[in-house]
Design a protein around this ligand. Structure first.
Ligand SMILES: Cc1cc2nc3c(=O)[nH]c(=O)nc-3n(C[C@H](O)[C@H](O)[C@H](O)COP(=O)(O)OP(=O)(O)OC[C@H]3O[C@@H](n4cnc5c(N)ncnc54)[C@H](O)[C@@H]3O)c2cc1C
Length: 512
């Protein structure tokens, strides 16, 4: 054994950095070990073609918790704030929405959307409050747990009978039925459906998709921003705050295993053969990776291992990055519109049809997309006069039925470009370079388990009290000194920093 730290963090994703920063701020001697050469995990900016850079996984900021910014004193620069969403129609008759306002639909739909957004945002506000708390354990007599449970009950009750009933009715059902009942405009139904299923292995007809829609509205009610310099600038700022508080961050160091001594963690061993001592090890890696690979199963009970092994994390979101000679000509878009968030979602049936092949390990033949042209706002990302397109494309299964190889990737890249060409017929002529990152690439390059946005599906059986699994939902794993701080823990993924902050607070309250 060599150097000793108060806490060692495995991974410098944004959650690991938040956790490290807060532990260091509290006076702990903290070391962060990151396998990649860059900090930020799935929120980084990196070059993908000569002169062109892009936010490689996450590309829009909309859930960063104000408490995280406050605690770490973050000051972020934005290239664009509160971007509008434009749901594209092949005809060019697009609809647009921002906050609770929607344009391009009937007056009836406008009214209905306003009421729907208000209700969903109200539920999101309730959930948001618990994003910043450790979920209570069920069935204990611990005062803190009982208090949080009582508070949750009180907060739900305080919404009033109607809202309380609605929440209970809606939380487990699907977004498809709700959009069918409320709206008549097909594009609006499609866009709301896509907002509910981005980053999941769910289609609009799947249960839990109202919950995932509410989840998306947490923090900013869905208002999306583009940080200057891409998402990497956010994680660089968090890393700097952690360093300013005294945390040491080492990149290019992969942790091979967690050292366990006498039934508790004692440090980590790196792939380079270095051993570093600490009684506290906090993992920003996925829960399954942490338990099965880094610690190893023999240190846990069989029942716990079974639950961890059953965590579902099948990534379906791919990233498509295009280096463009100039902006393509989308039918019905004005120049200023290219700076907004664009969706290809057809209607809710289109989104469900896009999901269908993924159930059988095949890619969508007509994918859904969330598209941005960040270079419209941020000149640092492309050479003068040129542009970058960044798109999340679904559904692209992690476990492709016939396996991923270059030809499968090339075929899907072409499918995605053909889909784009229905809206922007000249797009192929503008492309000078293209990068497609499948969920398997995301796992290999960013260590994202299953290439999954949330390190584990976001459904009621893997949420709140049981995220990642029962017996480990309070950041502390059932092995003394071992904690989780990433998207696989409560409340889940998205660049929000809540899991990292909650984990730090939990560690500080337990390990005095
Ligand atoms: C395609 C895609 C698009 C997305 N788009 C958005 C978006 O627009 N907006 C949004 O808010 N969210 C988005 N997300 C989700 C978001 O990126 C993630 O939920 C979030 O980044 C997770 O952060 P984290 O810190 O918990 O984990 P991660 O970012 O996954 O970080 C974990 C870190 O741990 C490191 N690590 C793992 N194992 C080891 C080891 N053994 N040794 C050392 N280091 C290790 C990894 O290299 C990584 O740096 C997207 C995700 C994907 C996949």
């Amino acid at each position: 054994m060599s150097e000793r730290f108060d806490a060692i963090l495995i991974g410098a994703g944004h959650n690991g950095l938040v956790c490290a920063g807060l532990l260091a701020k509290a006076g702990k001697r903290v070391l962060v070990l990151e396998a990649n050469d860059q900090v930020g995990g799935a929120a980084v900016t990196r070059p993908f073609a000569d002169g062109y850079s892009v936010s490689s996984c996450a590309h829009l900021l909309y859930q960063l918790q104000p408490a995280v910014s406050k605690d770490l004193g973050l000051k972020l620069d934005y290239a664009a704030k509160k971007m509008e969403t434009i749901a594209l129609a092949e005809s060019g008759n697009h609809i647009r929405y921002s906050g609770s306002e929607v344009d391009g639909v009937s007056d009836e739909d406008k009214k209905s959307y306003k009421a729907f957004h208000k209700r969903m945002s109200g539920f999101a506000d309730l959930l948001q409050k618990y994003f910043n708390k450790t979920p209570p354990r069920l069935g204990t007599k611990d005062k803190k747990d009982l208090f949080t449970l009582a508070q949750l009950g009180f907060d739900v009750r305080r919404m009033g009978k109607t809202e309380m009933r609605e929440l209970l009715r809606l939380i487990g059902i699907n977004i498809f039925d709700e959009t069918e009942e409320r709206f008549s405009n097909p594009a609006l139904k499609g866009a709301v459906s896509l907002d509910a299923v981005l980053g999941t292995h769910l289609g609009p007809r799947s249960p839990n998709t109202i919950m995932t829609y509410i989840y998306r509205l947490c923090a900013g009610h869905g208002a999306v921003s583009l940080p200057s310099g891409g998402m990497g600038s956010v994680t660089q700022a968090i890393a700097q705050a952690a360093r300013d508080n005294g945390a040491v961050i080492r990149t290019g160091v992969r942790v091979k295993r967690v050292v366990v001594d006498n039934g508790r963690v004692a440090g980590v061993e790196t792939e380079g053969g270095e051993t570093l001592e600490s009684w506290i090890v906090v993992s920003n890696a996925g829960p399954k990776t942490t338990v099965m690979d880094l610690v190893q199963t023999r240190h846990f009970e069989t029942g716990f291992i079974r639950r961890v092994n059953n965590i579902r994390a099948k990534g379906n979101a791919a990233k498509l990055h295009l280096a463009l000679d100039g902006l393509p000509s989308f039918k019905g878009l004005e120049k200023k519109d290219y700076g907004q968030r664009l969706l290809i979602a057809g209607d809710s049936d289109y989104v469900e049809r896009a999901f269908n092949p993924a159930k059988y390990g095949r890619c969508s033949t007509e994918p859904v997309m969330e598209i941005t042209f960040p270079s419209v706002h941020d000149k640092s990302l492309a050479p003068p006069g040129k542009h970058v397109m960044s798109a999340i494309v679904q559904y692209v299964p992690y476990g492709l039925h016939d396996g991923w190889d270059e030809s499968a990737k090339e075929a899907f890249k072409q499918t995605a470009i053909n889909t784009l060409a229905k809206y922007a017929p000249d797009i192929a002529d503008k492309i000078t370079a293209a990068e497609l990152l499948t969920p398997l690439d995301l796992e290999n390059e960013f260590n994202l388990p299953g290439g999954h946005w949330h390190h584990g599906e976001l459904t009621l059986d893997q949420f709140l009290f049981v995220r990642p699994v029962g017996g480990a939902a309070q950041y502390a794993m059932p092995l003394d000194g071992l904690y989780l701080c990433g998207a696989g823990a409560h409340p889940g993924g998205g660049v929000m920093g809540a899991a990292g902050r909650n984990a730090a607070r939990e560690i500080l309250s337990r390990e005095k």
